[in-house]
Design a binder for this molecule. Structure first.
Ligand code: CMC
Length: 441
C-alpha cells in the first residue's frame, strides 16, 4: 500500500505543484501527477495510468463531448452561466449595435476589426465573388420542385469543390484566403438560388452595388410585398435587421456544425466539402433546424390559451419546447435578447407577427415554471429568430439556410485556426468496445 498522502494546504504548495492534479489509481495503488493548464488536463496524460505494462492506458469516456475541449481557440468566448458571448473579445451586443456583418466576419476570421482600407478591400473582394458558375444553376435545376432548400444548399456547397480544385491546397495561405472570400461571397447566392428553385421562381443574380444583406434580400425577393417594394429596392430597416441576425449567428465556438467543420477539415479535405458537412450538421432540428421547429410549434399552438396544455406535455416528457435550452447557456441566451429588440424594428415595417404574442406567453409561463427553472432552460437564439424571418416573408423551410449564411464565417475562421494549429492532427476519437469477444464461424 502506498503511504498516506500528507495533507498540504494550497498556500503551502509551490506554484508548480498547485497547477497539477494528483491521481491515485486504486486498482494498483500508484500515484500520478498530471499538469493542469487552462483548467484542463491533457487526456493523453491519462494513458500512462495502467494496471499492466502492456495495457493501452486509461481513456476518458465522453459521449457528445460534454466535458472535452477538442482545441485551443482564440475566436469566440462564451460564459454559459453568465449569458456572455464575445467574438475576439468584443461583446456581442456592442458588435450588433455598431458594426456590420462583413466587419464582424472580418473580425472573426482575422482576429481584429478592419481598418478603413482593409474593410474596403474585404467588402470589394466579397462583393465581386458573389457570382456562381452558370453550371451551378443547372444542377440546382435538377432538384425536385419541392426540395428542401437546406438539402440544395448542402449539395451545392459540396459541388463548389469541383469548380475550385485549387482549394485542395489547404496548407497554402493564399489559397485559403481566396476560398474564404469565395465561400462568404457565394453562400448567399447559393441560398437564394436554392430558395428560388424551391418556390419555382427564376434565379436572381447578385447585384454588386448592394451591401451584403441587401443583396441577399434582393436575390431572395420573397413574395412579401414589404420585403422588396420594387425591383431591387430593399427596405433599409429590414436589411439592417437581417445584418444583425447575421452578426448574431456568425460564430458560436465548438457547436455541432463547427466541430464537424473541424473534423472534416482535419483530414485536409477542402473547405467546400468541409462546410457542406458543417451545413449538414446544422440542418438537424436540434441545431440550426430548431428555428423552423419553433415556428411550426407556435403555429400548432395557435393561440395563447393553448400554452398551458403545451407546457404540460413538455413537462410530461411528451415533447420538447423548441427554442429552449442550450448545451452551454444556463442563462438567457444573449443573442435571444438582441433578437427580441430587433423584432420591434422589423415589425414596425412588416406589422406585428401574431406568433410573437404566443411566444411571449410561452416564455412567461416557462420562465416561471419549476421544471424549466430547475433545468436552467431559457430561450435560445432560435426562439425569436424564426418569428422575425416569418415576418420578413420567408417560409419556414428557409430558416436553417438563413442561419448557415453567416455561420460560414465562423466555420471558416475555425477551419483556418485548425489548419494553422501545429497541435492538431486528423480527428479520430477512441471508443469503448462493448461487442462480442473473439468468436469463430
Ligand atoms: N424542452 C424541454 N425539456 C428540455 C429541453 C427543451 N427544449 N431542453 C432540455 N430539456 C431537459 C431535458 O429533457 C433534460 O431533462 P432531464 O434532466 O429531466 O432528463 C434536461 O433538460 C437537460 O437537457 P439535455 O438534453 O441534457 O441538454 P443538452 O445540453 O443535451 O441539449 C439542446 C441541449 C439544445 C439540444 C436541448 O436543450 C434541446 O433539444 N432544445 C430544443 C432544441 C433547440 O432549441 N435547439 C437550438 C439550440 S441553440 C442553436 C444552436 O446552437 O444550434
Amino acid at each position: 500500500m502506498p503511504p498516506e498522502a500528507k495533507s498540504v494546504t494550497t498556500e503551502e504548495k509551490s506554484p508548480a505543484q498547485r497547477d497539477t492534479l494528483a491521481i491515485r489509481d486504486n486498482r494498483t495503488g500508484r500515484d500520478y501527477t498530471i499538469p493542469i493548464e487552462r483548467d484542463a488536463i491533457r487526456a493523453m496524460d491519462l494513458r500512462q495510468i495502467k494496471v499492466h505494462d502492456t495495457d493501452f492506458g486509461l481513456l476518458s469516456y465522453d459521449p457528445a463531448f460534454q466535458n472535452t475541449a477538442s482545441c485551443q481557440s482564440a475566436i469566440t468566448y462564451i460564459d454559459g452561466d453568465a449569458g456572455i458571448l464575445r467574438y475576439r473579445g468584443y461583446p456581442i451586443d456592442e458588435l450588433a449595435e455598431r458594426k456590420t456583418y462583413l466587419e464582424v466576419a472580418y473580425l472573426v476570421i482575422h482576429g481584429h476589426l478592419p481598418g478603413k482600407s482593409e474593410l474596403d478591400d474585404w467588402v470589394h473582394d466579397i462583393t465581386f465573388h458573389t457570382m456562381v458558375h452558370e453550371n451551378v444553376k443547372k444542377f440546382i435545376d435538377g432538384f425536385n420542385h419541392d426540395a428542401h432548400p437546406m438539402g440544395i444548399l448542402v449539395s451545392s456547397l459540396a459541388a463548389l469543390s469541383t469548380f475550385y480544385p485549387d482549394a485542395k491546397k489547404v496548407g497554402d495561405e493564399g489559397s485559403r484566403k481566396l476560398q474564404i472570400r469565395r465561400l462568404i461571397a457565394k453562400i448567399p447566392t447559393l441560398a437564394a438560388f436554392a430558395y428560388r428553385h424551391s418556390i419555382g421562381m427564376p434565379y436572381i443574380y447578385p447585384s454588386n452595388d448592394l451591401d451584403y444583406p441587401s443583396n441577399f434580400l434582393s436575390m431572395m425577393r420573397t413574395p412579401s410585398p414589404t420585403l422588396i417594394r420594387e425591383k431591387r429596392e430593399v427596405d433599409e430597416h429590414l436589411a439592417h435587421a437581417m445584418d444583425i441576425l447575421f452578426i448574431l449567428h456568425a460564430d458560436h465556438e465548438q457547436n455541432c456544425s463547427t466541430a464537424t467543420m473541424r473534423t472534416v477539415g482535419s483530414s485536409q479535405a477542402d473547405p467546400y466539402v468541409a462546410s457542406a458537412a458543417a451545413a449538414a450538421a446544422l440542418y438537424g432540428p436540434l441545431h440550426g433546424g430548431a428555428n423552423e421547429q419553433v415556428v411550426r410549434m407556435l403555429q400548432e399552438i395557435g393561440s395563447k390559451d393553448k400554452v398551458p396544455a403545451l407546457i404540460a406535455d413538455v413537462k410530461e416528457g411528451k415533447r420538447k419546447l423548441m427554442g429552449f435550452g442550450h448545451r452551454v447557456y444556463k442563462n438567457y441566451d444573449p443573442r435571444a435578447k438582441i433578437i427580441k429588440k430587433t423584432a420591434d424594428e422589423v415589425f414596425a415595417v412588416t406589422g406585428r407577427n401574431k406568433l410573437l404574442d404566443i411566444a411571449l406567453a410561452l416564455e412567461e409561463v416557462a420562465l416561471s415554471d419549476d421544471y424549466f427553472i430547475k433545468r436552467k432552460l431559457y430561450p435560445n437564439v432560435d426562439f425569436y429568430s424564426g418569428i422575425i424571418y416569418q415576418a420578413l416573408g420567408f417560409p419556414t423551410d428557409i430558416f436553417p439556410v438563413l442561419f448557415a449564411i453567416p455561420r460560414m464565417s465562423g466555420w471558416l475562421a475555425q477551419w483556418q485556426e485548425l489548419v494553422m494549429d501545429s497541435e492538431q492532427k486528423i480527428s479520430r476519437p477512441r471508443q469503448l468496445y462493448t461487442g462480442s469477444p473473439e468468436r469463430h464461424l
